[in-house]
Design a protein around this ligand. Structure first.
Ligand code: PYC
Length: 318
């Protein structure tokens, strides 16, 4: 079979981390130059949004899919650079995605067992890889920005939560009277989406005006070995099937700030589908460094074809 030369070929490795998919672009992505990853992410956002949607949105992907563009690092102590994206745009960092990228690179023979560093647009992170499916990552520093913030949520009334950073911005709510069950995801999605809108309407942001675009609800775990169960709403309205690495980092920051967790103590966070991440923090130069570990599996290695004759080649919105 022959295919026209104008068809763009993109090599991907698909993984899932605790049920949450990551599509890792290992070849055929756009050339973003060799500047800082934060600048390359801006370039990607401004000039290659069609590529983002072609990789993660329908008809090749879905709202749940997170993409990871692997690139050359600027920081030569890093094994690779990575830019994460989803159906809503680019992410600062992505914990489940990092675990997926490491396992994908291991699968491709591009990373061996041991300690490495990965460069992301929000900083370099440390990783420890067992050479198979288990990855621990040392995330960017996490912190609680604001405690006990009350918002008025349409149809629900006042809701109080904390605003914290774990590589993305989170609003963390423990008092919500909702059952954190898969059977309840439509309601949980609707309520957390309304919380996000209420935060926006109230002008509650990160310290530099960043939107709080992830919402986390916490409740008792089902798994007796876990400390807590969570539901996490992502920016594009999909819910995270994994316990969310950046969200767990934000949770750790709040627990330590409240004196409920000590540095070095392990916290097991269960997701809405029952997958578990282990987390802990250590303090370095007064900053809280979260460590998150979990497992990922490879689902597919394939070549995506971007055929300009296809009316939905770049997704439904491009
Ligand atoms: O694991 O950090 C994470 C994450 C962010 C969005 C989806 N997963």
């Amino acid at each position: 079979m022959t295919t026209p030369a104008s068809i763009q070929r993109v090599q991907v490795i698909d993984t899932h981390t605790g049920g949450e998919p990551t599509r890792v672009v290992v070849a055929g992505g756009p050339d973003l130059g060799d500047g800082p990853l934060s600048e390359r992410r801006t370039l990607f956002r401004e000039r290659f949004d069609h590529f983002r949607s072609a990789i993660v949105e329908e008809p090749r992907g879905s709202d749940v899919m997170v993409g990871a563009l692997v690139c050359q690092p600027l920081d030569k102590t890093c094994a690779a650079g990575v830019i994460f994206f989803n159906n809503a745009g680019c992410l600062g960092m992505c914990g489940h995605g990092t675990i997926g990228v490491v396992v994908a690179l291991g699968h491709a023979g591009r990373l061996i067992a041991g300690r490495h560093r990965l460069e992301t647009p929000v900083g370099a992170i440390g990783i420890e890889y067992d050479g198979a499916n288990q990855v621990a990552l040392e995330n960017v520093p996490c912190y609680r920005h604001a405690a006990g913030v009350t918002i008025e949520v349409e149809g629900l009334g006042p809701v109080t939560g904390d605003v914290a950073w774990g590589g993305n911005w989170f609003f963390l709510v423990s008092e919500h009277r909702q059952a954190l069950e898969l059977a309840n995801v439509e309601r949980l999605t609707d309520l957390t989406w309304r919380m996000r809108q209420a935060l926006r309407a109230a002008g509650i942001t990160g310290p530099d005006g960043q939107e709080i675009d992830h919402i986390e609800l916490f409740g008792p775990p089902r798994n007796p070995a876990a400390d807590s169960r969570s539901f996490v709403l992502c920016p594009g309205k999909a819910y995270d099937r994994s316990p969310c690495g950046t969200g767990t980092s934000a949770k750790l920051a709040c627990l330590v700030a409240d004196g409920k967790l000590k540095p070095g103590q392990v916290w097991r966070q269960e997701s809405i589908v029952g997958s578990v991440f282990e987390g802990s923090v250590r303090i370095e130069n007064g900053q809280m460094i979260p460590r998150i570990s979990g497992t990922a599996y490879v689902n597919a290695e394939t070549t995506l074809l971007l055929d300009p004759r296809d009316p939905f080649c770049m997704g439904m919105r491009h």
